[in-house]
Design a protein around this ligand. Structure first.
Ligand code: PRT
Ligand code: ZN
Length: 295
């Protein structure tokens, strides 16, 4: 049974840097630049497969790789309703980057009167499977025109009457005179693995990686807050700090009336919170980033 764990990520594209950063933060680093398909990690029995994002679902499904990172959009296009558990591939983490949505859009000149507006229309897309499922689910009969790139220009060159494409800011639709009407799928990058049990070593490596990802996830918005405060303000202050567990309270030298308060705030600390801390009597407030939280 194999000891080596393969992780498939996008070779070059919107997700590549974020994937490498995430792995690096989890302590797994690879040669910075390479044209090879498989790169060995420096510290662990882990190989990185650098491939097109479209190949990642299939590689994980066939267990060519035991972990993969790709957009939910690609995953559900290639393997069906994975997020509803209908696949031999399982989503084990949503990664909080690569956010976008798969949407239907019409030329602005066409008025939208509900989903039935798409009946009988030609819809251009690179996501024919998700689109067909959506149309079937909603009882809409339309023809799906499969295009691999520049979907947004299809209506203007009369290849289609409407499109179904990824949208992030909406600028591409806007500059092509299109209006988003319906979101089919909200997507972000997800970490996937085969549903079936892997070798003991591979399962152990995955568990270790997950613990590291969770430690990073917990630390994402967390801050370490330090301040001085009058003794009588301790309770008020502990209520102001978001997501705080018990603070550490320490005496201050040469000042019996004040204490030092140290605490981990597990949620985002807004400027408003700091201002309220000051109003409650806190001074010398320091807010520091936290790299990892291991519980
Ligand atoms: O070469 P390879 O096949 O690996 O890459 P690719 O060209 O197929 O994918 P890539 O790198 O463009 O995108 C990888 C993944 O990033 C996608 O599968 C999504 O999960 C995610 N993602 C996030 C996006 C966007 N945001 C996005 N905005 N993918 C594409 N777009 C495109 C969209 O297709 C449209 O053309 O950006 C345009 C719209 O953007 P806005 O901001 O104008 O709305
Ligand atoms: Zn692709």
């Amino acid at each position: 049974m194999s000891k080596q764990l393969r992780i498939a990520i996008q070779k070059s594209g919107r997700l590549s840097d974020k994937c490498r950063d995430l792995l690096a933060q989890a302590g797994i680093t690879f040669e910075a630049r390479t044209d090879r398909l498989i790169v060995r990690a420096k510290e662990q029995p882990i190989d990185l497969m650098l491939v097109r994002d479209d190949d990642i679902p299939g590689f994980v499904s066939n267990q060519v790789s035991q972990l993969g990172i790709c957009g939910l959009n690609v995953l559900e296009e290639k393997l069906g309703r994975v997020s509803q558990g209908e696949s031999d591939v399982q989503i084990i983490r949503s990664l909080g980057f690569g956010h976008c949505r798969l949407s239907l859009a019409l030329p602005k000149t066409v008025s939208y009167e509900g989903l039935s507006t798409y009946s009988g229309k030609r819809i251009a897309t690179s996501y024919p499977n998700i689109l067909k499922r959506f149309l079937d689910d909603n009882g809409i009969k339309a023809s799906v025109v499969q295009i691999t790139g520049s979907v947004e220009v299809a209506p203007s060159i009369d290849v289609a009457d409407a499109i179904c494409d990824l949208v992030s800011t909406g600028a591409t639709l806007e500059s092509n005179g299109l209006r988003e009407t319906t979101v089919l799928l909200e997507s972000e990058a997800v970490l996937v693995r085969p549903r079936l049990q892997l070798s003991h070593d591979q399962e152990q490596l995955i568990a270790r990686l997950m613990a590291r990802f969770d430690g990073l996830g917990r630390a994402k918005n967390a801050k370490y807050i330090m301040m001085n405060a009058p003794k009588e303000a301790i309770y008020r202050i502990s209520q102001l700090i978001p997501g705080m567990e018990k603070p550490t309270v320490m005496p201050l030298m040469y000042d019996d009336n004040k204490v030092a308060i140290h605490a981990v705030a597990k949620e985002y600390v807004f400027w408003e919170t700091i201002e309220k801390l000051k109003e409650a009597g806190a001074s010398s407030i320091l807010v520091l980033p936290i790299e990892k939280i291991i519980e």
